[in-house]
Write a protein of this length. Structure first.
Length: 256
């Protein structure tokens, strides 16, 4: 029986566990909160919901939360009886790094750019990450140039709710269906946050397009990618599993 590949993206807010075939085909995923108190029971509970056999050849990890790495490795080893490899320590990508301070580039951002290049190898790229932070990265002529980092939708909104006593706390799970005059404070916040951030993303995309020239694809990933892409029509493609897919494909390429 062919074994699966487990790809783990440890982000500031969530840890995403994605299951791929040994050929790199995406199967299923689950998400848990990023927490130093994460337990084997919690991970196993979510894994059982996938109804996939515990039969893995490797666990691949991208992390921007180093303080939790050791804990995750221990839990993965205990639950799945498998060894872990980290990007970029144990796995190397083909995408060339032109950013001067390479050590300052988050593994997730670089992997997202690698994944976008795998999808569109002949294009210049703008890669949007819409998670805890909003990141806008560029690839030109097969070289990673770096990009921008902005506080994300939820991060910014939580700060606002914390410091404005009269404003309601929103979960931001349901984006507004259209731009309209709000009928209440809740709608005012939802429309303002989603359309405000979407217009900011569109504006940055168009600024970078002027820098990159022609033949550009804009790829978005992250929890808010789908919602923002409905508003920002400059986004060409939404890839919710871009980081874990890139991890998996890089691993498969290194095995050949």
């Amino acid at each position: 029986m062919n074994k699966f590949i487990l790809a783990v993206d440890i982000g500031n807010t969530h840890i995403k566990f994605s299951v791929f075939s040994n050929k790199g085909t995406f199967k299923k995923f689950f998400v848990v909160d990023t927490n130093k108190k994460i337990s084997a029971k919690q991970i196993l509970k979510e894994f059982k919901k996938l109804k996939i056999k515990n039969n893995f050849e490797i666990c691949l990890i991208s992390s921007v939360v180093p303080s939790i790495n050791k804990k995750v490795v221990g839990l993965v080893g205990k639950i799945f009886d498998v060894k872990c490899k980290f990007f970029p320590k144990d796995l190397k990508a083909n995408l060339k790094m032109e950013f001067p301070k390479k050590s300052e580039v988050g593994a997730d951002r670089f992997l997202a750019s690698c994944g976008a290049q795998m999808l569109y190898p002949k294009n210049n790229l703008i890669v949007i990450g819409l998670g805890t932070a909003i990141t806008v990265d560029c690839v030109k002529n097969g070289k990673y140039l770096g990009g921008l980092t902005i506080p994300g939708l939820y991060t910014s909104a939580k700060t606002l709710f914390k410091n404005a006593e009269l404003l309601p706390d929103l979960d931001l799970k349901n984006p507004p269906s259209k731009f309209a005059f709000p009928k209440n404070t809740k709608e005012s916040l939802e429309i303002g946050i989603f359309y405000g951030f979407a217009d900011m993303v569109c504006g940055l995309i168009n600024r970078f397009k002027k820098k990159l020239g022609k033949n550009i694809k804009v790829v978005a990933t992250g929890g808010f990618a789908g919602s923002i892409a409905k508003i920002c029509k400059d986004i060409d493609d939404v890839q919710p599993h871009l980081i874990t897919t890139a991890l998996t494909k890089i691993y498969i390429q290194t095995k050949k």
